[in-house]
Ligand binder design. Structure first.
Ligand code: NAD
Length: 456
């Protein structure tokens, strides 16, 4: 097994020089990253096309443009984020002032998955840099072209002691996990998330885990069905369903099932053409193993729409399955592909109970015009985050920290959330030396009586 102790030691030395703590240094690094991405934009687009057949539109909007926006947002606000945050001081602490100082963890590890191989590696890096950390990045081995450009871009613009990219698969990841990182940011599957947390526990290393799960999408009988169909089809089939927050399955109210499914069918054709397998811009399934796993689900329930595949090109049509129950294989784990199983309900309580019987989802989407139902769903069901009358869009707001809960993840990021995720919040009390209030000392006269005036 490879050994990364010299890399980590070099980064520790770099970090200990305090250079990364300088705000000017951080802003410059973020600007450098921005320029690097812009200078390599074409290569990145080509790599994403080669790895996953992402269209330029998808690659730019969901990967490159997304991180450029995060960078712009962060660069313009970092000066205000780094200021120590003043907080109130209680009367018992008269004479002192209190503030919270954000300090970088130190040397951080970022492990990224393959589905948005550029964005999910760079977005956490923006947090690491802005908070003043060093970083080792381990991109996915399943998207080799994008990971290669990522390494090229980072190596060209940043010293290895500050930010470096390590390529490899599971073994590399595990060798990295042996090192005493100060913080680990992991994006990937639930089973691997457990492995990461176990490794982190050995050193009591704090973690953020951005995991997955089955994200429900509920369409109630009073929903704006046409818009719902459009927003759901887009959220589900973008990147061929290989999106952690894609609607995994649909809960449709019985009264509007036929009408909605018909609209969904029309929308899919409008968005992806009548022969999606011939659409040059439809994203590929990442590997044959993933393709075979997904294809096996096509015999679950009944195919309502789609269902055609091409193994050679690793393509699966946007597909809708009906007559599905929770017992079907497709309902056991996160699907992560362009297949949409449909469950039917008559009363919202069935939906709530159904979801409660399963692990807390990463996202949830509810389509209804009824405010009370919107509130009820948000209140009664625990999930990472989500949308009312939309899908996936919450992910793209830098004002909404993004993350899971319980089995769908720990911690959150994006916008200031990324800065906070990579910072330890250090609380400081700055005491006066001009006087000393005596109540806390054991030799004060009537001490207990006096202290009870303040602590009651
Ligand atoms: P994965 O867990 O298989 O791999 C993620 C990373 O972990 C890769 O870099 C991989 O090399 C490494 N890895 C794999 N096995 C490992 C092991 N045994 N020990 C140590 N490291 C290991 O995930 P994936 O297939 O690349 O991505 C798909 C999953 O990621 C889905 O479950 C999806 O929901 C989730 N995901 C979550 C988010 C989010 O933001 N919450 C975003 C994208 C993907």
């Amino acid at each position: 097994m490879e050994n990364y102790s010299s890399l980590v030691s070099a980064q520790q030395l770099f970090f200990q020089s305090d250079r990364t703590k300088d705000i000017t240094f951080r802003v410059k690094a973020l600007q450098t990253l921005r320029n690097a991405i812009k200078n390599h934009e074409n290569e990145l687009l080509e790599a994403l096309r080669a790895d996953l057949n992402k269209s330029e539109f998808e690659a730019y909007s969901t990967e490159i443009g997304f991180v450029l926006e995060e960078l712009r947002f962060t660069i313009s606000r970092l000066h205000s984020w780094v200021k120590p945050q003043k907080v109130k001081t209680p009367i018992t602490h008269l004479g002192s002032e209190s503030y919270i100082h954000s300090e970088p963890y130190g040397v951080t590890l970022i492990i990224a998955p393959w589905n948005y191989p550029f964005q999910l590696a760079i977005a956490p890096l923006i947090g690491a840099i802005s908070a003043g950390n060093c970083a080792v990045m381990k991109p996915s081995e399943l998207t080799p072209k994008t990971s290669e450009i990522l390494e090229k871009l980072i190596t060209e613009y940043f010293p290895k002691d500050y930010i470096s990219v390590v390529q490899g698969g599971i073994e590399t990841s595990q060798a990295l996990l042996m090192e005493p990182f100060d913080y680990i940011f992991f994006t990937g599957s639930v089973p691997v998330g457990k492995i990461i947390m176990e490794a982190a526990a050995k050193n009591l290393t704090p973690v953020t885990l951005e995991l997955g799960g089955k994200s429900p999408c509920i369409v109630h009988d009073d929903a704006h069905l046409k818009l719902a169909a459009k927003r759901i089809a887009w959220g589900k089939y973008t990147n061929a369903g290989q999106t952690c927050i894609a609607p995994d399955y649909l809960y449709i109210h019985k009264n509007v099932k036929d009408e909605f499914l018909n609209l969904l069918k029309q929308t899919i054709t409008e968005l992806y053409g009548s022969e999606p397998l011939d659409n040059p811009n439809f994203t590929r399934i990442v590997s044959e193993r993933h393709f075979d796993r997904l294809s096996s689900f096509l015999s679950n329930g009944e195919i309502y729409f789609g269902g055609k595949t091409n193994r050679e090109k690793r393509l699966i049509e946007p597909t809708v399955l009906i007559d599905i129950t929770w017992d079907e294989p497709i309902m056991q784990d996160e699907i992560f592909g362009p297949i949409f199983p449909v469950l039917e309900y008559t009363d919202l309580s069935e939906v709530i109970i159904g979801i409660h019987h399963h692990p807390k989802p990463l996202s949830l989407y509810i389509f209804t015009e009824n405010n009370e139902i919107q509130k009820k769903v948000v209140n009664s069901i625990s999930f990472g985050g989500g949308c009312v009358n939309d899908t996936v869009y919450h992910f793209a707001s830098p004002h909404l920290p993004f993350g899971g809960v319980g089995p769908s993840g720990i911690g959150s990021y994006h916008g200031k959330g990324s800065y906070d995720a990579f910072s330890h919040k250090k609380s400081i009390l700055k005491q006066t030396t001009r006087f000393d209030i005596p109540f806390r000392y054991p030799n004060v006269k009537n001490g207990l009586k006096k202290i009870k005036m303040f602590m009651k």
